[in-house]
Design a protein around this ligand. Sequence first.
Ligand code: AMP
Ligand code: MG
Length: 520
Amino acid sequence: MNLNIKDIFNKELPADLIKDNSRRQVIEACFSFVTPKHTAKPELLHVSSEMLENLGLSESDAESKDFLNVFTGNKVLEETNPYAMCYGGHQFGNWAGQLGDGRAINLFEVEHNKSNWQVQLKGAGETPYSRHADGLAVLRSSVREYLCSEAMFHLGVPTTRALSLALSGDNVLRDVMYDGNSAYEKGAIVCRTAETFLRFGSYQIFASRQDEINLKKLVDYTIKNHFTHIGEPSKEVYITFFKEVSERTLDMIIHWQRVGFVHGVMNTDNMSILGLTIDYGPYGWLEGYEYGWTPNTTDRQNKRYRYGNQPNIGLWNLIQLANAIYPLIDAAEPLEAILNQYKTDFEVKLLNMMCSKLGFLNKDENDQKLILELEDILHLTETDMTIFFRNLSNFEKEKPSEGLHVISDAFYKPDEVTGNIEKRWKSWFEEYAKRLRQESFSNDERKDKMNTINPKYVLRNYMAQLAIDDADNGDYKLIDELFNMLRKPYDEQPEYRKWFAKRPEWARHKVGCSMLSCSS
Ligand code: AMP
Ligand code: MG
């Protein structure tokens, strides 16, 4: 196995001087050196061929003993020094102090084809940041992260990636519903990758400790290595840096809204500085189009991280980041201007995104109204978001009266689509048809365009759960099937037709399918 290792993070940034793996507050350091835990009987369950290629590895590398050992934490490559990163964060709106990589261990960085990758194991044992927990991960959450992060990439959503999914061979004790019923589950390790895993919380921790020296070191490092195009660090460049983080964060969230992804735990420690979707926990996919939906049972009271609130939370989190880097800039006004711009951009980008989902190329002053009415109707009766938008591409602008029929598969309770609801749908389709007739392209051209924006296949919550149930029983075929299908989410792929379907009724209230706890 020949990797072009190019460690920078653990060479250029300040390290924790204490070397033993005890749980503690780590000050004046960006990370702590730590060795992954030896696993009992590691077994690779799946490897992403795209990620292999990205790292400059081959399929035969993936079959080697070395690969298995390195990516399950049983072997540390020579001249590499694994480490856990220090960060803090606001959790559900409250400052939580130091968090850090409690169960993620970075192995090394790789440079290949002009791209840089930080390579990290999740679930590889305790670190100084493990607090009260064990540093391990279970199979179910690992399958979910592995499948979803690769699926998001193929959907065109900025995200961290995954190289491999493995069983550790160790058992892990978890209380899934936090109700006192703990049970042993299979332990697993995902090897995940990103240009960097730095988060808003990585900067916040220094600001919270009034450690401006290390705050500056980290921001300068980030700019020099990951925002090279904005120039050498200076007060002006720090402002540009914040502007770019703000834009990337918004773009990522607009993508989430487009595909119906609900992150579930948008704490500032889960916000990537690169605007990547990071830390796949109790996330979920919208089935019924519903602004108020969140998959996370821990958030069921306030629904802070519900679908419709994600753009606002992005802004809230950016305000926290602005506060953190403020000492380096010492002027509030430019930061406020960027935050205000987020609000304006948010309106514009959301509108553009919705227009693209509806197949509009040109702008029309009434689009906003048409979209608001559509969203209202979608909320009247449970309507599957993915099926609705995908099937909408079959609508013909000459035949508005057939609109309801075209999208009828999206209704969970077709019987409810009568009376006033039916009337509103019909008049919406009349307006939609009128609007489409203003555009010059044909139905077929519009369909092709819409089908590059509205995915046919997403990782529905119950699908991941089926793959997990099988995997728990030692059958990994479904992981492979879903993985392959989700590589081409916009293609028709008739062989996978059965996955282009509404959530089955049995999954409505099943744990893992409609609601998830943070236990992982
Ligand atoms: P999350 O909400 O999953 O992003 O996690 C919040 C914090 O808890 C992070 O610092 C994680 O590293 C830490 N954490 C979560 N699960 C574990 C675990 N099993 N062992 C140690 N730390 C954990
Ligand atoms: Mg996290």
